[in-house]
Design a protein around this ligand. Structure first.
Ligand SMILES: NC(=O)c1ccc[n+]([C@@H]2O[C@H](COP(=O)([O-])OP(=O)(O)OC[C@H]3O[C@@H](n4cnc5c(N)ncnc54)[C@H](OP(=O)(O)O)[C@@H]3O)[C@@H](O)[C@H]2O)c1
Length: 259
């Protein structure tokens, strides 16, 4: 066996179909790019058609097979419709990455039911409902990968964790429950845990150069994250190589959590 064939047997995603919610921006875009370049037929899902088309165009130019689904994961009905649209454009997927997320960051004093509901719906219910719709088929076919994107705020509270931290803590528990349910039939469920990553999500924090530098100093690597930092971990968790890794939270944070 050549080195190339050996690496392909572990990590190639050729013949797989992947869905990346939030695949039009930030960490989701970084992950979608990695999965698509590793060979997966990749579906990008988000609300904004323009950004989806732009990312899809860039990836198609690099030889990737890409579909897009315009969907809002902000209501249950729309999440169910999104699942139907995913299957309509690409068939039943093998890999589901839940990267779409919102972080509204109000102080706990100002968190009302509306903020609570939308945070839980996008960050937690969408991964749950998409898993309910797509994972049983993966289990039937004997291979599946559920990959969630949580946060340091699943593990500790800082910069107004509020409802967001709760949603991310529950998301890691969801991965463990999904692991219990489906891993014996080839479907793993894991979580990627970012540190502070320079994306549009936290633009407001990035406007404060002092805060950005302080967050970089919290890591042991000495810098904040970029979406490309998730490429290797995402391909690993999506591939055959990680078949015995499940229910795990993988910190991709430059040492933020150990410093
Ligand atoms: N950046 C960080 O430092 C950091 C740290 C820890 C965890 N995370 C987590 O990483 C994930 C990705 O964050 P990011 O920083 O990459 O953010 P981002 O650049 O703002 O990307 C968010 C993505 O989610 C999509 N999205 C947002 N709301 C949606 C909705 N209601 N329905 C469908 N799609 C929606 C956005 O597209 P549209 O707006 O077009 O819908 C976009 O593609 C999130 O789950 C976030 O909580 C980020």
């Amino acid at each position: 066996m050549t080195t190339r064939d050996y690496l392909a047997s572990l990590f190639s995603l050729e013949g797989r179909t992947a869905v990346v919610t939030g695949g039009s921006s930030g960490i989701g875009r970084g992950i979608a790019t990695a999965l698509a370049l590793a060979g997966a037929h990749t579906v990008l899902l988000a609300r904004g058609a323009e950004r989806l088309d732009e990312v899809a165009g860039v990836l198609r130019e690099r030889g990737c097979t890409i579909e897009t689904v315009v969907a809002d994961l902000g209501t249950r009905d729309d999440i169910h419709a999104a699942a139907d649209d995913i299957v309509a454009v690409a068939g039943e997927p093998d890999i589901l990455v839940n990267s779409a997320g919102i972080n509204l960051r109000p102080h706990m004093d100002r968190i009302d039911e509306e903020i609570w509901d939308i945070t839980m719906t996008v960050n937690l219910e969408a991964p749950f409902l998409l898993g309910q719709r797509l994972a049983p088929g993966m289990a039937e076919r004997g291979f599946g990968r559920l990959i969630h994107v949580s946060s340091q705020q699943a593990h500790r509270s800082f910069v107004d964790s509020g409802a967001y931290g709760v949603s991310k803590g529950a998301l890691e528990s969801l991965a463990r429950s999904q692991s219990e349910a489906w891993s014996a039939r080839g479907v793993t469920a894991n979580t990627l845990v970012p540190g502070f990553v320079l994306t549009p999500l936290n633009q407001r924090l990035q406007d404060d150069a002092g805060k950005v530098a302080a967050l970089a100093a919290r890591t042991t690597v000495g810098r904040n994250g970029v979406p490309e930092d998730f490429a290797g971990a995402a391909v690993f968790l999506a591939s055959a190589a990680s078949g015995y890794v499940t229910g795990h939270s993988l910190f991709v944070n430059g040492g933020f959590s150990v410093h």
